[in-house]
Design a binder for this molecule. Structure first.
Ligand code: ADP
Ligand code: MG
Length: 468
């Protein structure tokens, strides 16, 4: 069964991903409709669940039918010589002799996040499941310069939900920098300190779906009521509300109600409020009432401590030079950092290879190549100026010569498209312009691409050069 699943999976994902994430898995047993597979670590399991659950589910239901279940067996020893018992997370009865932790995942309705918290309120006794992930807590959200403000604001809010001026607390930053983790951590901490408080975590996407559903079913008021009775509302990835006026509208009312009643609202977003597009002004101004705290890319020291913490929690020992090597070379975000180390552990443990610096180099190299790298604005300016045979200083200059203006606008357009930088920051990096100029440049490029054939060719050529 498993090998049939594997060939299906192999056809449906990238070869490198297959090699990294599926080759190390061992099928252990099959009973009725439950297949047990052995994976090298807890992080490996979490990674599979996060990234490959869909393809796994399709493959398994194809083989075993609708009631298919998957049991993960997490291998506890490692090949670095010593068997370390787990110190955390695993119930104590599992320590010592027992080598594997089993996680049984029914494929329907799996992770708590996917459960629908929207129970139509039967007037009073609504039970709200907070949808929090207890492993996203403060203890393992490691502190560094890049997250100090956001982290301590989060702690302050957790100590006095609704009782600080950080209401709402908006956490923003690029992908994989810990927004979701920190948002959960605040919720988890509040639940810990104030068990009687109702805390609710929900993604903006799920919130939107529920809202649309409630309109269809004619119970919009129940929907609003449900959200108005919580003490702490955490909405993840609010940029998702862009352009969704109906949902923004209902959220505005819920927000006001909660705020007026001293309830805490926590939001995350991939952009700062000033850079959010297609969000109503009145909502944006609410976002700015409290505190906006940014999560930035962690520096080297923090990356090292994040890795060490992961290894420690996973019961794995690894030489310092290897940890340093990984931390030095993977800088994009914490998620990539985790991916690389998990993959390293997996490769070494299943091929019974020792973790050497060479192996780390191989894996990090593949990993870096394989993940979409964000190009830098400097790089974009270089590529665009080369293409038009001018130098970067000319591209940035104040001149109004048409071909130079176009080159500059293209650089701005690609910076918007290929980086996470805000309009303001793109403007300041490309010849000290303001954000309105960048916005105008993007619109001009869109228009010209639609109307001017020669210009379209520029855009296509440059797109190719810039996609790594
Ligand atoms: P985002 O929501 O910003 O895309 P996540 O919160 O999903 O990012 O974080 C990605 C991964 O990185 C998660 O597994 C998270 O636990 C981990 N992570 C992020 N920041 C930290 C940190 N400061 N310390 C430890 N782990 C972190
Ligand atoms: Mg997130």
């Amino acid at each position: 069964v498993w090998s049939d699943c594997l060939s299906f999976i192999q056809d449906n994902i990238q070869p490198q991903a297959y090699k990294t994430w599926f080759e190390p898995i061992k099928a252990v047993k099959l009973t009725d409709n439950a297949l047990s597979i052995q994976v090298p670590s807890k992080f490996f399991y979490e990674w599979l669940e996060e990234h490959y659950v869909k393809v796994l589910k399709v493959a398994l239901t194809k083989e075993l039918g609708e009631n298919a279940r998957l049991v993960y067996i997490i291998k506890m020893e490692n090949t670095y010589g010593n068997k370390q018992p787990f110190t955390e997370k695993i119930p104590s009865s599992n320590r010592g002799n027992v080598k594997a932790q089993e996680v049984d995942v029914p494929l329907k309705n799996k992770s708590p996040e996917l459960k629908n918290p929207f129970v139509i309120p039967g007037i009073r006794n609504v039970k709200i499941e907070s949808q929090l992930n207890p492993s996203y807590n403060f203890e393992n959200f490691l502190e560094g310069d890049a997250n100090r403000l956001a982290r301590s604001a989060g702690l302050a809010v957790a100590n006095k939900p609704g009782g600080t001026s950080f209401n709402p607390l908006l956490i923003f930053g690029g992908v994989g920098l810990g927004k979701t983790h920190l948002a959960h951590a605040i919720g988890v901490e509040i639940k810990d300190k104030y068990p009687e408080k109702t805390v609710l975590y929900i993604s903006a996407e799920k919130f939107t779906q529920q809202y649309i559903e409630s309109v269809k079913k004619n119970n919009r008021n129940d929907f609003i009521h449900f959200y108005q009775i919580v003490d702490v509302l955490i909405i993840d990835d609010v940029q998702f509300l862009s352009g969704k006026t109906g949902t923004q509208d209902v959220f505005f009312h819920i927000f006001n109600h909660l705020h007026q009643n001293g309830k805490q609202v926590i939001l995350t977003s991939d952009k700062a409020p000033v850079d959010m597009q297609d969000i109503e002004q009145r909502l944006l101004s609410r976002f700015k009432w409290g505190l906006s705290a940014e999560l930035q890319k962690p520096d080297f020291e923090t990356r090292v401590s994040i890795l060490r913490n992961m290894l420690y929690r996973d019961g794995v020992e690894m030489p310092d030079d290897i940890v340093d090597y990984v931390a030095k070379n993977i800088k994009t975000n914490v998620r990539e950092l985790e991916g690389a180390i998990i993959s390293l552990i997996a490769q070494s443990s299943f091929n019974k290879k020792e973790v050497t610096l060479d192996l780390a180099k191989q894996i990090v190299e593949k990993f870096v190549k394989n993940t979409k790298r964000e190009v830098s604005i400097d790089y974009i300016q270089k590529v665009v100026s080369d293409y038009f045979q001018m130098d970067v200083a000319t591209l940035q200059s104040k001149t109004r010569k048409r071909h130079i203006v176009q080159a500059r606008q293209l650089a701005m357009f690609f910076a918007k498209k290929f980086t996470k930088a805000s309009l303001a920051s793109i403007g300041s990096q490309i010849g000290k312009r303001d954000h309105a100029t960048v916005l105008h440049a993007c619109k001009t490029v869109d228009n010209l691409t639609a109307t001017d054939k020669q210009f379209r060719k520029y855009v296509e050529d440059l797109s190719k050069k810039l996609s790594l």
